[in-house]
Design a protein around this ligand. Structure first.
Ligand SMILES: NC(=O)c1ccc[n+]([C@@H]2O[C@H](COP(=O)([O-])OP(=O)(O)OC[C@H]3O[C@@H](n4cnc5c(N)ncnc54)[C@H](OP(=O)(O)O)[C@@H]3O)[C@@H](O)[C@H]2O)c1
Length: 285
């Protein structure tokens, strides 16, 4: 399969790239700033692909920039002829009290995490609709379904992305395009270092200097990520790979992966699925 993945530099993205390339897929590992801050990691991936003899190409794509997204998709289509799978993985975290984010910061986090996947999907969908096939995978989050105090704006971006994914799943089914959310629990990636930190110090002063609404969660993650059973990022890559292998039209809307911070989530998804159906039936929709 020809696969476009966003955010290939680290964490889940890097692990997904390596897993899928080793499985024989043609992977277009996209990342922003290939000629700038990510030049080193791009080179590393290319060298790795040569030494492994796998089909991998690095392509520049910044999910914030529509022309960058469109040009990456056109580059891939020109090279590969088609795109079978898109994996919307790029994302950033947030840290601080909700009121403490400036409006500019709030827009930025939604822009990366929610509008980024929309931009990428919009760029590829005319092509997938024409072929009447495709798979759109989105790395959302357990906290896009169940709320964890302190994750405020990050959680908001993922709840919103979940709604977009569900919406696409209805609208794209007639075109034979599957649309799926992967909802990971907590994993030790670089995301904790890639957070937008609330910057409105006047607002933050009222909450107590140096405090953070997610401090209990950080402590919980700290324990989970330092013991003998540290979650393995590969679980997400394997989950993506399993979805790709499933027959079209039979993939689930939501997949929960991980043990940290996912208690009850599968149950919630099962119940929601039933209620959602009942809800639509009740309106004859
Ligand atoms: N780790 C967890 O516990 C967890 C749990 C649930 C969901 N997730 C989700 O999993 C996804 C991957 O995160 P991760 O945990 O693997 O963290 P990560 O290692 O920080 O990876 C984030 C990736 O997103 C990329 N990115 C950020 N802004 C971008 C932009 N404007 N354009 C293109 N790429 C951009 C980063 O690229 P740069 O190197 O250029 O910054 C990086 O490759 C995210 O959507 C995150 O919300 C993570």
């Amino acid at each position: 399969m020809n696969i476009l993945l966003t955010g290939s530099t680290s964490g889940f993205g890097r692990s997904i790239v390596e897993t899928l390339a080793k499985k024989g897929h043609q992977v277009f590992a996209t990342m922003r700033a290939v000629g700038g801050k990510n030049a080193g990691v791009a080179r590393e991936l290319e060298e790795w692909s040569q030494s492994e003899g796998v089909d991998l190409e690095v392509v520049d794509l910044d999910v914030l920039d529509e022309s960058s997204v469109n040009s990456a998709v056109q580059t891939i289509l020109a090279k590969a002829g088609n795109i079978d799978v898109v994996i919307n993985n790029a994302g950033i975290g947030s840290s601080g009290y909700l009121e403490g984010f400036t409006m500019e910061q709030a827009r930025h986090i939604f822009d990366v995490n929610t509008l980024g996947p929309l931009r990428v999907n919009r760029a590829v969908l005319p092509h997938m609709r024409e072929r009447k096939s495709g798979l759109l995978i989105h790395i959302t989050s357990a906290t896009g379904r169940l709320y964890i105090p302190g994750l405020n704006i990050y959680s908001g971006t993922k709840y919103a992305l979940e709604a977009l994914v569900e919406s696409f799943s209805y609208e794209l089914a007639p075109f034979g395009i599957d649309c799926v959310s992967i909802e990971p629990g907590g994993y030790p990636t670089d995301i904790a270092g890639n957070v937008t930190v609330a910057a409105d110090t006047d607002r933050l002063a009222g909450y107590g200097e140096g405090t953070n609404p997610a401090s209990d969660l950080y402590e919980y993650f700290g324990e989970k990520f330092s013991g003998p059973n540290v979650p393995d990022l590969k679980e997400i890559a394997d989950g993506v790979s399993d979805l790709i292998d499933m027959p079209a039209g039979q993939r689930p809307l939501r997949v929960v992966i991980g043990d940290v911070g996912t208690d009850g989530l599968e149950e919630l998804n099962e119940v929601t699925k039933k209620i959602q159906k009942k809800y639509l039936d009740s309106m004859g929709l």
